[in-house]
Design a binder for this molecule. Structure first.
Ligand code: KG4
Ligand code: ZN
Length: 353
């Protein structure tokens, strides 16, 4: 008798040519437990996200062990809700796609193990999806007509990079951060300013109330390259705040937030436009949690218009972690014949860009 994996291999092959493919996606790499059903990579049937933000807020950041435990408690209900909301039968699911990395290992394992049991139970292929490919794929749901090639500005909590995406799941790296990711810098600056976790959205919010009138460091870092560095500006903000505190002076939180944010956004936008110019590609796609930043969106909209570049950003709910982007990526893995996993699949803290 054929084994589960032998049947999965055959089904995976057959899905390549199937016209209507329903993928159930699972995401649990950090502090969101999410399950989603997506048809043909672009049509969202459901996307249920259970956030642990309120749980981690009191610790000022994500506590890995607490995250894992809460994923365990949430995942079954989130799954049931996602299937119900999609209005499908379990037998309609063609494949299960799950984030296997990058992320917190204990958190990842909850999603991976649930996905393994589900694909075995439903007797369908299991697809191991990179969280980064997921963030890029969020754009295919928001912009149905979007197709590679394009330049991707990847701005997440774990990564900051400029990618030349030549086809689905195929890219070369044009530049990357040499130290902190931009999301990390936002979160650290938020913390020093006494803003609650999650830091990025709070810096964004306070920056709207302030003026960009403080020059922390000069802009010409890594000039002429498409690489980024954010640890210098982060340290400069920390020193600036500490200096004021030592002198007993108050910190103007909105102005610091606005000045930091405009520095970071200038770096990101100028290099993203340069990448488009250097490669001759006229499409810019933004991916990752920091794509939710309102000032980044505002500046990219202006600069892309000036430079005749088409700009694509995910709708707000798909900017940060969600399973819809994983289900979408899963579809492209299937069409490309990539990512088929066995029941020995495990989580991975890092993935290659
Ligand atoms: O992509 P993501 O969900 O995490 C990884 O996959 O690594 O991004 C999370 C990051 C956090 O650092 C968070 O502070 C940041 O995205 N973020 C923002 C905003 N919303 C989320 N940063 C700046 N402005 C925002 N509105
Ligand atoms: Zn993410």
């Amino acid at each position: 008798m054929e084994s589960y994996f032998e049947r999965a291999k055959l089904k995976f092959e057959n899905l390549k040519n199937k016209t209507d493919v329903i993928v159930l996606g699972i995401e649990s790499s950090c502090d969101e437990t999410s399950v989603s059903v997506v048809r043909n990579g672009t049509e969202l049937l459901s996307n249920v996200v259970s956030s642990q933000i309120d749980i981690h807020k009191r610790f000022g950041g994500v506590v890995p062990e607490v995250a894992s435990r809460n994923h365990v408690m949430a995942i079954e209900n989130v799954f049931n809700e996602a299937v119900k909301e999609a209005g499908i039968k379990l037998s309609d699911i063609d494949a299960v796609a799950v984030t296997y990395g990058a992320g917190l290992i204990g958190a990842l394992l909850v999603g991976v193990n649930f996905a393994k049991a589900l694909s075995f139970g439903l007797d369908v292929p299991l697809i191991a999806v990179s969280h980064i490919e997921g963030h890029i794929s969020a754009n295919y749901i928001t912009h149905k007509a979007l197709k590679p090639p394009f330049i991707c500005l990847l701005v997440s909590g774990g990564h900051t990079a400029l990618l030349k995406v030549s086809d689905y799941l195929e890219h070369t790296m044009l530049g990357t951060t040499i130290d902190d990711s931009v999301g990390e810098a936002f979160d650290k600056v938020a913390r020093i300013l006494g803003l609650e976790y999650p830091g990025g959205p709070n810096v964004d919010k306070f920056a709207k109330l302030g003026k960009s009138n403080i020059e922390f460091i000069k802009h010409d870092i890594l000039k002429g390259t498409l690489n980024f560095s954010f640890s210098g500006v982060k340290t400069a903000v920390i020193n600036y705040v500490h200096n004021l505190e030592q002198k007993g002076e108050s910190v103007n939180v909105p102005d610091v937030a606005a000045s930091f944010q405009s520095f970071v956004v200038k770096e990101l936008t100028e290099k993203a436009i340069s990448a488009c110019k250097q490669t001759g590609l006229k499409k810019l796609v933004v991916a990752g949690g920091v794509s939710a930043n309102s000032y980044l969106k505002e500046r990219l909209t202006e600069l892309c218009k000036e430079n005749n570049i088409e700009l694509y950003m995910p709708e707000l709910k798909l900017c940060t972690d969600n399973a819809a982007m994983i289900a979408s990526a899963g579809y492209y893995y299937i069409k490309k014949g990539k990512g088929l996993a066995g029941l020995d699949l495990t989580g991975s803290a890092t993935v290659a860009l």
